[in-house]
Write a protein that binds this ligand. Sequence first.
Ligand code: GLA
Length: 380
Amino acid sequence: MTVNKPPMGWNSWNTFGESINETLILEMADFIVENGFRDAGYEYVVVDDCWALKERVNGKLAYDPEKFPRGMKYLSDKLHEKGLKFGMYSCSGLITCAGYPSSFGYEWTDAKTFAEWGVDFLKYDYCFKPHNRTGEELYRTMGLALKNSGRDILFSACSWGADQTHQWIRSTGAHTWRSTQDIHDNFQSVTDLFNAQLSILPYGGKNCFNDMDMLVVGMNGKGNVGLGGCTETQYKTHFAAWCMLQSPLMIGCDLRNADEGALALLKNKILIEIDQDESCAQTYRLANNHWGVPEKMHVLVRPLENGDLAIGFFNFGEDERIFQVALTDLGIDVNAGKTLELTDCWEEKISYPFNNLVRRALGAGESVVYRAKIVDRKDQ
Ligand code: GLA
């Protein structure tokens, strides 16, 4: 199976951790369908760690019947009926990160079980790796087992960038790879994950996307990874950054109880289109020495499939700053009468560069992404 755009969906871990069950998953699925999230592109509903019994049964992974009384095939059928896809979780090591049975040594058996359950997506973690095996061996084994399971299963590797994951992950057949440590629900964590991403942008792209971890938008400090929460501005910057860098978009909040602002942000059409853009060109950074704190001010650009540019200004600093980029630095020939028509991702307002500069003041933690169309200058 070929994966041409970053997967989008919802994952149970960020908010619910161990407290998962069939009712919760089906309620979330209903919310996704009834509130336009499926239509916005969120299609995978992923049950993360803690779904299994603590012991295998006849050598096979077994679901916890207290949490999932009608089993995983039932859940899978229900999700499919709703036009959604079903994701599950396992781990490449000796036990999962939360201490449940893992797939090491059982890769082929487990891939078959997942296929029988109608699983469409497998998140595959990296805890408790046996010392005598390498990460690449473990992921290659599961990658091959999934390919031969008789079902198309998106392989979502989750080795947090450890052991130089970027050097070998594409050899495993993984369709996405966690390129960061675990996210927490605060702006420091968002900032750290963003920064950690910048040196490994060339490794992402079609069929093996860099995965910056599940979103914390809408969590407001509640849940399993909730540590203080972010402000509305900071959540907007988080979502814009993930879209600008073409990360998978896996919602991590309890959608049923999220505020209107978060729900609208998660459905931001301009940003989602940029995330899902099929060119999958590498996002690049423009040098920005003249702002004094270059490590906190980022100008990111990505050429899109239809010839537009996505241009993102990100202020991860503590003060307001003026962001500015010259059209010539974007490869645009102003002498040939070209300029940009800029659509602001927040207000959908259209503006044009002044003096051949795209310029914007942004406060602490603020960001903007423009979808920029190359047009003829009207005054020429
Ligand atoms: C690891 C992963 C998380 C989550 C937990 C579950 O920490 O990185 O995303 O899946 O394990 O135990």
